[in-house]
Design a protein around this ligand. Sequence first.
Ligand SMILES: *Cc1c(COP(=O)(O)O)cnc(C)c1O
Length: 392
Amino acid sequence: MAAEYDVLARAGRTGENHEFLLTPGPLTTSKAVKAAMQRDWGSWDQPFIDLTTGICESLSGMAGGGDDFVCVPIQGSGTFAVEAMLGTMVPRNGHCAVLVNGAYGERIVKIFDAMERCCTVLRSPETDAYDVAALEQALIEDSSITHVAAVHCETTSGVLNPLDAIAVTTARHGRSLLVDAMSSFAALPIDVYALPCDGLVSSANKCIQGVPGMGFAILRRSALAATKGNAHSLSLDLHDQWSYMEKSGRWRFTPPTHAAAALAAAIEEHANEGGVGGRGGRYASNHLVLVRGMREIGFETLLADAIQSPIITAFLEPADPRFSFQKFYDLLARRGFVIYPGKLTVAPTFRIGTIGAIEAQDIRGLLEAVKAVLEEMGVRDASPARETTAAQ
Ligand SMILES: *Cc1c(COP(=O)(O)O)cnc(C)c1O
């Protein structure tokens, strides 16, 4: 077996972590990001106002958004940001077509149900990318559809949806596109002008590698300006948050000051890594090492390579009856690697994320641990049951 993976060297990079989080988030963060939370900030003080302004400018810049777009931060987890964008941008009498091929698309449908606003659901199988032709058909047939909501990387399966084609189709039919770019923003290139779209959301604790506590929306200024009174919720009203911030530089209600400070540090690291290209490049190499290594061990991926993102990968569970996910999970966690259960209906799977402050050497460490754990469990063959194999 290869040399023991050096846990202490890892701790040197990420702080006092006992484990790596190979999950869809929250993720492993760097020492510097954690260190940025050592100071308390007054939410009304100029230094925090400047920090917020700097964060918003940087995030908007990452999306290619110039003067026509604004970045509005919002307290809470990523879902709060999704709900805030949809509730603010889609009018009460609007009608949104929602593309769904996994749990995060389903969550958007739930949000529309909770808001009691009209949506049409366009479902594709969890192992396929979105059906752009079906979207086009719906937009042609139903003139009451005003908006389209799409998830860029559906983190449930790891599928990368064809955002460019969705955007072109939506724009060609004169509708407004809103994107959940939670798990892709900052790692995969997204240009709000070029797409085009009217809004996207992400959160601090995904590919930007900050800590949980806040999300943000990047919205077309002209579209946002027309949304006064749309929101179904006071705390999730992005128009109100935006206009208050424009006037005062301050957040409405208590800001997540420490999370914002950590995000500012994370944005600096992102720039030092070479921005979106650098970050995405590291994730792509993490992903390549992972998939190659897992296939060598005998595992199979759920998705075909052509639609697989470098963000998170779903593997089919081995058919060997000695394999138990819970045991596999526990034994890997004991070795310092936290993976993630599957969330799919098509086949038993588990997921391994390749995002966060982790490098190819950490993935190699994981692969060693996977081999050792399978041996400990007595699983000699990692291949899945034949009938569940969907890819390759
Ligand atoms: C992580 C994620 C979210 C938000 O999840 P929270 O648990 O609310 O942070 C939304 N959409 C996608 C695609 C995600 O990956």
